[in-house]
Design a protein around this ligand. Structure first.
Ligand code: MN
Length: 285
């Protein structure tokens, strides 16, 4: 199942290139009383709602995908967990870049571990990317992203994939500089997710997916998730060893080589095998 969020809080299933509005199934879940549930209630309920969502889509009219404003598929993660340099080819280009600009080396992922982006950085394809700090270099980072489906506290890598609700494309937009990662990567819209969530049952092997990103038609990143250094089950084991992962929490698995600058006016196209494709406009904040 492919599920999207669009037009400011409507939900749809994506089938054969069209969207089928299933919002009423999701909206029947609320309202919630304070304090609100921890984690994303839609993601937590997804296994139970699945049959009702499929039936609702059967009865809905087809909407063209390009007629809607795509929001990030997940609205309420408690964390966006990120892997730094997790492809060896990006490590090599990072080494060169860092030595030139900052006179120091890029640390290896097992030394620096994972970091967090602010959840307020979330955006969807329809929102676009609003760049800040235009005096600095702002880069695109194409990544496979996954969404945690249920509470995961100290899970082993052998069972880790059972905790994944699904997969989507992530853009870990990054301002370059010597500041802490979480600071440089957390402006609004710098965690772009889309185009929709593909449930885990539709992805036979998340570590055999080709993905590609182009800017204004020029291919900048082209890679396959088979080249991840720290694999997806270990990322989940590692993160959940340090903090509980809640339904809706996002893991950005790291970017391959080819990261490069984006400026207002650019058009990014990103696609991943088994997930889909999306276009994102870049503007000044
Ligand atoms: Mn990244």
């Amino acid at each position: 199942m492919k599920i999207c969020r669009f037009d400011n809080n409507r939900f749809g299933l994506v089938r054969s290139g069209s969207i089928f509005d299933v919002s009423h199934v999701i909206h029947e879940m609320g309202p919630y009383n304070y304090p609100f549930p921890v984690g994303d209630p839609m993601i937590a309920a997804l296994p139970d709602l699945r049959e009702a969502l499929e039936h609702a889509a059967d009865d809905a009219e087809a909407l063209p995908i390009d007629s809607v404003h795509l929001n990030p598929p997940v609205a309420c993660p408690t964390k966006i967990v990120c892997a730094p340099v997790n492809y060896s080819d990006h490590f090599d280009e990072g080494m060169a870049d860092y030595e030139i600009h900052f006179g120091r080396h890029v640390a290896k992922i097992r030394e620096v571990a994972l970091f967090l982006k602010a959840t307020s950085a979330l955006a969807g394809p329809g929102d676009g990317i609003a760049l800040r700090n235009l005096d600095k270099r702002n880069d695109h980072e194409l990544e496979l992203a996954l969404v945690i489906g249920r509470k995961a506290d100290r899970v082993s890598r052998d069972e880790a994939l059972d905790y994944v609700a699904g997969y989507l494309i992530g853009l870990d937009i990054t301002t370059r500089g010597p500041e802490d990662r979480s600071f440089r990567k957390s402006p609004d819209s710098y965690a772009l997710l889309g185009p929709w969530l593909v449930t885990a049952d539709e992805i036979a092997d998340p570590e055999q997916l080709s993905m590609k990103l182009s800017v204004n038609g020029d291919v900048r990143q082209s890679a396959n998730t088979r080249d991840l250094i720290v694999k997806i089950p270990e990322l989940i084991e590692w993160a959940s060893a340090w903090y509980t992962l809640n339904p809706g929490d996002i893991i950005l698995t790291g970017t391959p080589a080819g990261v490069g600058p984006i400026v207002p006016g650019d058009l990014i196209e990103a696609e991943a095998e088994g997930i889909g494709a999306m276009q994102i406009e870049v503007r000044a904040a």
